[in-house]
Design a protein around this ligand. Structure first.
Ligand code: FDA
Length: 321
């Protein structure tokens, strides 16, 4: 993670509508966005997914969007997911063998942000997001795809986990993301270790009373959470590009008697492609988080904030001439 003042500044910028307009107008932005985002349309997302699946990787497709305060937009997002799932069901026919099975490790998954489904609506947001997510989970089941709910800023965590608990009554394989930088997460891991959990470090700007701020503290928290999940009965999804976390996952898996089919690694589209291929070649399961859609700004800025090299790349591209 980018240290010092830059990362918080970038994460604050990720929520600025004014800066978004500026960044979108810059001629060089698109090329950089394309590194992390699979395109604007469902067709482009499926086109990007195909070679990943052919290379033995699994995918989790995310239709970009967040922080919706408009019910019409939330409904449009649901409709979009339903269309995507129907298109994926057709594309699924192109893949054969055990890859088509609907198992926690099946090849196809969609990721959802509840704030894009209406969670932030001032009236009844929680209930609306729950109903919308249930609609998408049912469509995913019909399309032989899994669903995982993304983790957003800490003010949404209680509502998100309560929606996940409720939906799991009907959809027991529903996954959710836990963020190791939140101080509460070790306890959440203890509670949820029997289920599908995607463990990431955490990408938002959070205050010190709820989240570890120093990189070393976040890494240590990630390792503690990973150990809990690996020792549990569920299916850990190890979402990181960090070699130290990847080594630890392999070590903890050996210690807890898990084989390579009992957990998976996950990375973001456009990041460490060689490492993704290496892990697949070594017999591991590897899922790529594949975002698409024109609401890429917040996602893109969080990727820039994560890594000084990404940011330098961006700033260089802004230089005229
Ligand atoms: P980190 O950024 O701490 O980097 C550690 C080390 O990894 C680096 O020093 C370097 O060695 C290596 N590395 C990292 N990036 C590299 C690169 N581009 N090239 C080469 N080496 C690199 N967050 C969130 O808040 N909510 C969510 O729902 C999700 N969902 C999610 C899904 C998936 C599948 C992933 C992989 C990540 C998320 N995240 C997320 C983002 C996550 O919280 C985190 O911000 C990023 O993954 C960055 O953290 P890392 O663990 O990858 O390593």
């Amino acid at each position: 993670m980018t240290n010092g003042l830059l990362r918080p500044a970038m994460l604050a910028a990720a929520r600025s509508a004014r800066l978004e307009r500026t960044v979108r107008r810059m001629p060089s932005t698109r090329r950089l966005v394309d590194r992390f985002v699979a395109g604007d349309t469902e067709e482009q997302a499926i086109a990007a997914a195909t070679p990943l699946l052919e290379s033995g990787r699994r995918i989790s497709i995310d239709y970009l969007g967040e922080d919706t305060t408009d019910i019409g937009q939330a409904r449009a997002t649901v409709k979009h997911y339903l269309e995507l799932l129907s298109a994926l069901a057709h594309a699924q026919a192109a893949f054969s063998g055990d890859q088509t099975a609907v198992t926690p490790a099946g090849p196809l998954e969609v990721s959802l942000k509840l704030s894009a489904l209406g969670q932030a609506l001032p009236r009844d947001g929680h209930r609306i997001a729950l109903d919308h997510a249930a609609e998408i989970c049912a469509a995913a089941q019909a399309a032989a795809a899994m669903v995982t709910i993304d983790a957003e800023d800490h003010t949404t965590t209680d509502s998100t986990l309560s929606i996940v608990r409720e939906l799991r009554g009907e959809f027991p394989d529903l996954g959710t993301v836990l963020q190791a930088y939140l101080k509460r997460t070790e306890a959440d891991c203890q509670e949820l270790a029997g289920s599908r959990i995607r463990l990431c470090k955490g990408a938002y700007r959070e205050p010190a009373d709820v989240a570890y701020q120093r990189r070393a503290e976040v890494d240590e928290a990630y390792l503690r959470c990973l150990r809990i999940l690996m020792a549990g009965e569920g299916y850990p999804m190890v979402a990181t590009h960090d070699p130290r976390m990847i080594d630890a996952a392999q070590r903890y898996a050996r210690e807890t008697g898990r084989d390579t089919g009992d957990f998976e690694f996950q990375m973001l589209h456009g990041i460490r492609d060689d490492e993704q291929r290496r892990l697949v070649k070594a017999g591991h399961r590897l899922r790529v988080y594949l975002p698409y859609g024109d609401q890429w700004y917040g996602y893109f800025m969080r990727r820039l904030a994560e890594r000084p090299a990404n940011l330098v790349f961006f700033l260089r591209a802004l230089r005229p001439g």
